[in-house]
Design a protein around this ligand. Structure first.
Ligand code: 0FX
Length: 247
C-alpha cells in the first residue's frame, strides 16, 4: 500500500499523460484522475489516450481538489497552482528545465541563448514559479546543431525517465529533497514573445544570430518574425541546421 492513494494529475501535455498512464499501471491500490485546462480542446476531445480527461479551473476549483486528493502532480499544467492549495495538499511539478535555471516558460529556448543548463526537474511546488525543493533532476545536452525541438524532445524523455525512477518514492512519500543553492532566473511568456520579434537593425555576431534562430525554431511553430521594410508584411523565420561530414 502506498502513502498517497488519491492522486490528481493536471497536465496540458499529451506525451506526458500517455507516459504517466503507462508507468502508473504498475502501482496497485491507488486511484488516479486526469484533468487539463478548459481551453485544451485537443486533450479534452482526444480518443487515443487510455484515460478520460476532464477540465479543471484551479482558481475556482482548488477547494474541491484539497477535499478529494492527497497528492497532485503537474505534468506541464498551464495553470498556476493557488498558494492556498499548495499549502495544504502535497503538490509536485514535473518541469522541462534544470532548476533553478530558466524557471518558467519554455526553458530550453532560453538555455540555448544564455548557456545555462538544459534538463528536467521534479520538485515540490511552493508559492513561487518552478521553485520548491528538488526531488530529482537530470541534465540533457544541447548541441550547436540542435534547435529548440531537438533539445525539447530529449527533455520530455528525461522527464519520463525521472518519473520511472522516482514515482515509487514519491507515492510512498519517502524521497529526499535538496534546496536549490540559488534563486536562478525566471522567464515569462512575454519574454518569449519579445524574442520572437526580430529587429532587422539589431547588431549581433553571426553566432548570436544563429543561436537566436536555433532557440526559436521548433517544428511547425511560427515563432521568429520580422516586418518587411517596405510592405510591412510579417515574415516568419526558422533555421535549418545539418552537420557536415568532413571529407
Ligand atoms: O507542455 P509544454 O512543453 O510546457 C510549457 C512550458 O515550457 C513549461 O515551462 C511550463 N511549466 C508548462 C506548463 O508549459 O508546452 P507546449 O507544448 O506549449 O510547448 C512545448 C515547446 O514547444 C516549448 O518548449 C517551445 C515550443 N513552442 C510552443 C509554442 C506554444 C514554440 O516554439 N512556440 C509556441 O508558440
Amino acid at each position: 500500500m502506498y502513502h498517497y492513494k488519491n492522486i490528481l494529475i493536471i497536465s496540458d501535455n499529451f506525451f506526458l499523460i500517455n507516459g504517466f498512464c503507462k508507468l502508473v499501471k504498475k502501482f496497485e491500490g491507488i486511484a488516479v484522475d486526469y484533468r487539463c485546462s478548459a481551453v485544451n480542446t485537443a486533450l479534452l476531445n482526444n480518443t487515443s489516450l487510455p484515460v478520460k480527461i476532464s477540465a479543471i479551473q484551479l482558481k475556482e476549483e482548488w477547494q474541491e481538489v484539497i477535499k478529494n486528493y492527497d497528492l497532485v502532480i503537474s505534468l506541464h499544467c498551464k495553470q498556476l497552482f493557488p498558494g492556498e492549495m499548495v499549502k495544504v495538499v502535497k503538490c509536485i511539478n514535473v518541469h522541462p528545465g534544470y532548476n533553478p535555471y530558466n524557471r518558467g516558460w519554455f526553458p530550453q529556448v532560453f538555455s540555448i541563448l544564455n548557456g545555462l543548463p538544459f534538463g528536467a526537474t521534479i520538485h515540490e511546488i511552493d508559492e513561487q514559479l518552478d521553485h520548491g525543493a528538488i526531488i530529482a533532476q537530470k541534465k540533457v545536452s544541447g548541441e550547436a546543431w540542435e534547435t529548440s525541438i531537438d533539445v525539447y524532445n530529449k527533455i520530455v524523455q528525461a522527464e519520463i525517465e525521472l518519473l520511472e525512477e522516482f514515482l515509487p518514492a514519491i507515492l510512498n512519500n519517502n524521497y529526499q529533497t535538496i534546496l536549490p543553492t540559488e534563486e536562478g532566473n525566471v522567464n515569462l511568456k512575454k519574454d518569449f514573445n519579445a524574442l520572437c520579434e526580430l529587429d532587422l537593425k539589431e547588431e549581433l555576431t553571426m553566432g548570436e544570430a544563429i543561436d537566436r534562430l536555433r532557440a526559436l525554431t521548433h517544428g511547425e511553430y511560427k515563432n521568429a518574425w520580422f516586418r518587411h521594410p517596405e510592405t510591412g508584411e510579417k515574415i516568419y523565420v526558422s533555421i535549418n541546421l545539418e552537420r557536415g561530414k568532413e571529407q
